[in-house]
Design a protein around this ligand. Structure first.
Ligand SMILES: [Zn+2]
Length: 225
């Protein structure tokens, strides 16, 4: 470990400890105040220090210390570098993460998984929308179509990322819940706006999403034990 002190042309002094690689600082050095490149100056100091002492070179940790009292002041009195403020530029290892997609299943959605979402949602919204604009549809048939869409779409959405049965059940809840809420909302209304339909769908689908969340927690716990 070599202690390097650099005097920047702007007047700022900065210091850091470094393990040199091939007799040089392992990464570019810049003045913490003006940003001017200090790599050449730092390498010169490293070379001088290495000439004085033989040093092995394990992987580098670069630490910059900026004497806080000195920063921005133009007084010439040299202050010894202190650890008043210190920044570590060594890459920080990120904490290990479980690979989880945005919607909580074990991976991001593939194209097939996305198709599953459409199959879950579109028949439900379409059926409710058709109902909203006055198209007479046999409720039982519509419920079956919407429900099957939910089952198949939900299973497809989770395929390869989690238990398919869980996906199918969640899909059923989302499609029927959303459809039911929209039907209830447009029931006996003269005019319904599109965003109202979407909000009603989201509210109706909420229990399905809650169920999905609960199931994901259950399966993750099971996977960890
Ligand atoms: Zn500077």
């Amino acid at each position: 470990m070599i202690s390097v002190k650099v005097q920047c042309p702007c007047g700022q002094r900065y210091a850091f400890d470094v393990e040199p690689i091939n007799g040089r600082v392992p990464s570019p050095v810049a003045c913490p105040v003006c940003g001017a490149d200090g790599t050449a100056a730092a390498n010169e100091i490293v070379a001088q220090a290495l000439a004085a002492q033989p040093v092995p070179s394990p992987p580098a940790v670069l630490r910059v210390r900026v004497p806080a009292a000195e920063a921005g002041s133009s007084s010439g009195a040299p202050l010894p570098p202190t650890a008043a403020s210190s920044q570590t530029f060594a890459p920080r290892p990120s904490p290990p993460k479980m690979n989880i997609g945005k919607d909580g299943w074990a991976a991001e959605e593939s194209q097939l998984n996305k198709l599953g979402t459409y199959i879950t949602v579109i028949p439900a919204i379409l059926a409710a929308f058709l109902g909203a604009v006055g198209v007479e549809l046999p409720t039982m048939t519509v419920c079956i179509v919407v429900g099957v869409g939910g089952l198949v779409g939900g299973a497809l959405n989770v395929a390869g990322r989690g238990p398919i049965v869980a996906g199918a059940i969640v899909g059923l809840f989302i499609s029927l819940g959303g459809y039911g809420a929209v039907l209830w909302w447009i029931h006996d209304r003269k005019s319904v706006r599109k965003f109202e339909i979407l909000i009603a769908f989201a509210v109706g689908a909420a229990p399905g999403f809650l169920l999905q969340y609960v199931l994901q927690r259950v399966f993750r716990k099971r996977a960890l034990s």
